[in-house]
Design a protein around this ligand. Structure first.
Ligand SMILES: *Cc1c(COP(=O)(O)O)cnc(C)c1O
Length: 410
């Protein structure tokens, strides 16, 4: 045994203290939670225990003992509905990446539910976007009488919560965050932004004044179609502490196995996202410029990569690139229904954000959607392979329907 006493927690654990370094996004995504790992393992351990041995000195709950922000370098874990080592590691990493204090939940919708409970607005201003968030809002409306109003056409009042999804599901169209932040703050209302379609480094809604940022971590944070997760981020620790007290009782915590998968996935977040975003931009521009109105393609939905060609604010709001999801409307419902079976690489399934490219005839899961609409989530495959697959599917579908197709190689 060495007699040298090293008081640094991180050094004692065999991991070097890097907290004084000014690190960039990709480095933080790999190393932000290193200090929590007490083992020499390079890959972080999985902690599945739901309960933890108490050790003295005891601080009673009445004396203010709390375990909402526990970490493995202390003994303050109590029960995993309050906090748990693997979700702490994920929350610490997400906080470093998202520019605020991140709290994780069992799903994106569990996070949105927790947000509405925390803010408890008399009026929620929301419009379009992911249909599930409207489902949550309607439950809250039934319980609290909260009014649900259209975000784009209602003048906000003090105490309102404005909830903006940008880029919006399923089209990938962007809305100006700053505009809604200014509108909300001018009257004493709050702005939450669902940034699921474009996590950093693509965009960070705090830069345009969002009060709350929400993510379905199921999508890009998980990135491999194998974990459900939700994330809420706020800059004020007091607010986050209350959020976590409430989470202890609403109970929608992230499972430890999912948290561990999340930590693992975040290490490649930037690599995956930049690739997926660049490929989506290539594909959506090709579709818009060469295929719109031709063959089976009626129209390519307005998408942030297309908006950015004319709109300066889109380029400013999304400095890292555009959403890896886009939509198009085919000429007939029957065509939209049949295209997915023609595709060989793009798999027909709901959800998005994974390394595998997916296509969805959106009417299957969103009852409010145009029945001719297909949503595409671009994975990390080679973009030329994805393009070829789309071309052969369009040609085959056009042949079935005896329509002229002009698919240039572009
Ligand atoms: C998927 C999604 C959600 C819901 O997230 P879950 O993790 O499925 O609960 C919320 N908002 C957007 C924009 C989404 O795409």
């Amino acid at each position: 045994m060495s007699s040298t006493k090293d008081t640094s927690k991180a050094a004692a654990a065999g991991h070097k203290d890097i907290s004084d370094l000014d690190l960039s996004f990709s480095t933080l995504s790999v190393h932000a939670a290193d200090h929590l790992n007490k083992l020499p393992d390079i890959a972080p351990p999985i902690h599945l225990s739901t309960t933890y041995r108490y050790s003295p000195p005891y601080v009673t709950a009445a004396e203010g003992g709390d375990a909402y922000f526990a970490d493995p370098t202390t003994s303050s874990y109590i029960y995993s509905r309050l906090s748990a080592p693997s979700s702490t590691a994920l929350e610490v990493t997400l906080s470093a990446l998202l520019g605020g204090h991140a709290t994780t939940f069992a799903s994106g919708l569990a996070a949105f539910t927790a947000l509405l409970i925390r803010v408890n607005p008399k009026r929620l201003l929301i419009s379009g976007g992911y249909h599930g968030c409207h489902g949550v809002a309607h439950i809250l409306q039934r319980l609290s009488g909260m009014e649900i109003l259209d975000l784009h056409t209602t003048e906000p009042k003090a105490g309102d919560l404005l909830h903006l999804e940008t880029p919006e599901n399923p089209t990938g169209i962007a809305h100006p965050i700053q505009h809604y932040a200014d509108k909300a703050h001018a009257v004493g209302a709050l702005l939450s932004v669902d940034s699921t379609f474009a996590p950093p480094p693509l965009q960070n809604p705090f830069n345009q004044g969002a009060d709350w940022v929400m993510h379905s971590g199921t999508k890009y944070f998980g990135g491999h179609s194998d974990m459900l997760c939700g994330v809420l981020v706020h800059k004020d620790m007091k607010e986050v502490k209350t959020l976590r007290e409430e989470r202890q009782y609403t109970g929608g915590v992230l499972g430890s196995l999912e948290a561990w998968l999340g930590v693992r996935s975040l290490k490649t977040l930037e690599l995956r996202l930049l690739r997926q975003s660049a490929s989506a931009e290539t594909l959506v521009k090709w579709l818009k410029d060469e295929l719109e109105g031709k063959g089976v393609v009626e129209s390519v939905s307005e998408h942030c990569a297309l908006q950015a060609r004319n709109e300066e604010w889109v380029r400013k709001q999304m400095p890292g690139g555009y959403a890896p999801v886009f939509s198009m409307v085919l000429k007939k419902e029957e065509m939209a229904k049949n295209l997915p079976e023609k595709l060989r690489l793009w798999m027909h399934a709901t959800s998005l954000g994974g390394v595998e490219s997916l296509v969805e005839w959106r009417a299957l899961s969103d009852p409010t959607c145009d029945t001719r609409l297909l949503r595409f989530s671009v994975g990390v495959e080679d973009v030329e392979d994805l393009k070829k697959d789309l071309k052969q599917a369009f040609e085959s579908l056009a042949a079935d329907n005896a329509v002229e197709v002009d698919v240039r190689s572009g």
